[in-house]
Ligand binder design. Sequence first.
Ligand code: SF4
Ligand code: SF4
Length: 451
Amino acid sequence: MGIFSSRGKRHLDGHKDLTHHDDFIDIRGSVKNIYIPIVLPNRKEIELMVKEGDSVKVGTRIGTRNDFYVPIYSPISGVVKGTVSRFDAINGRPVNHLVIENDFEYTREECALRTVNLDNSQEEIFAAIKEAGLVGLGGAGFPTYIKYGKPVGIHSLLVNAVECEPYLTTDYHAIKNDAEYLLKGAQLLVKALGADQAIIAFKVHKEDMKDKILGLLPNYENVKIVEVPDAYPMGWERTLVRQVFKKEYNALPSEVGVVVNNAQTVISLGHALLDGEPLHHRLVTVSGDGIVNPNNVICPIYTPANEVIEACGGYVDADINLIPGGPMCGKAVVKDEFALVPQMGALTVLKAVKYEQQACLRCGECTMNCPSGLQPVEIQIAVKKGDVERMLALKAKSCVECGMCSYVCPSHIDVVENMRKAKLQIRVKETKDALAKKQQEAKEASSTSSK
Ligand code: SF4
Ligand code: SF4
């Protein structure tokens, strides 16, 4: 275990050296089919604009999310083969996927997106951000354009390049390889926000990445860099805003004049806005002691995870834990054929280690280390009792599922899983309460009208 740095933050063994090298594996020439999940976790379906037998190019619009407006573009050229039910890691169950067969030509749509530059108005840049269809590539998958919709009083764009999860190195490599688009993208986003500056935050000791950015910075007067301590969860929005601006907020960083975006999201927006190219491929870190050749893999988005794993030599053993994302925030899945959706930048494969779970010692380590200032030990007692009021009083909804409480627990209790259960129980109760309120209102309205 690492060195204690301060309450709610810890230096962790990053294992980043496993994939720090530049010797990536590119599988764009071998991925035969891609699978686009067409059912979202909220059970809403993507509205498709293509059907079986249609030809598509890289950048062909194949559908739109209709809970939020998020257009979806094909990352390959080829033929639509129809739909098939497959396991989806985000939904945690099988859902329908659109299948596109690769013709390996990678023919591109001309002008897939409308381009903009710094001469365009704030509104025009926002419209282009919305049309790019990007979601946060740091893991959250939240539609990016929403942060740029009605910016009021925003002074800074904070570009999050901290990548504090162990094993992950895609932000680091993406910035090194595409620093110019990071800076150009940041400049456009600053204009879209009507802000004064962009600040790129990354961890100390990333000298080669830092030199790359510093070499370009003289051409970007409203972009700055800041180095932050090598601690977990420094990349969490709230911790990072606190570190850089010394400010606290309730729900969103915009309350203190800040919008935060992940570095790869900014790079991809740079390509979308300046070159008219929607996101079609990305780097995925495949790392951990359970994979034969840890590496970064370049693949079309929506590539099946098992193909990326095979490209890295497969598993060292049958008994492994496969985690989409990093080991702290990610949750192990039991199947590996799920599609790598845009926000999935990592697969962590760890040898299964069996820990005997012990009774809670009431040692308080989880509380001491929670960056949200919660009392996980008390929340899990409330979960066991099914006491939702107590969970609410203990602010369980503020848990960001960073995994720190499980990491520090000497009894090997899966504390974060209990936090997820608390949030689920609260959601269920809130839904039931809202439904009961609606029914009561309908009853009152009908009794009033019948009088
Ligand atoms: S997972 Fe939640 S409760 Fe646990 S340390 Fe992180 S924020 Fe706190
Ligand atoms: S860290 Fe583990 S053992 Fe200690 S109080 Fe929290 S849940 Fe209990």
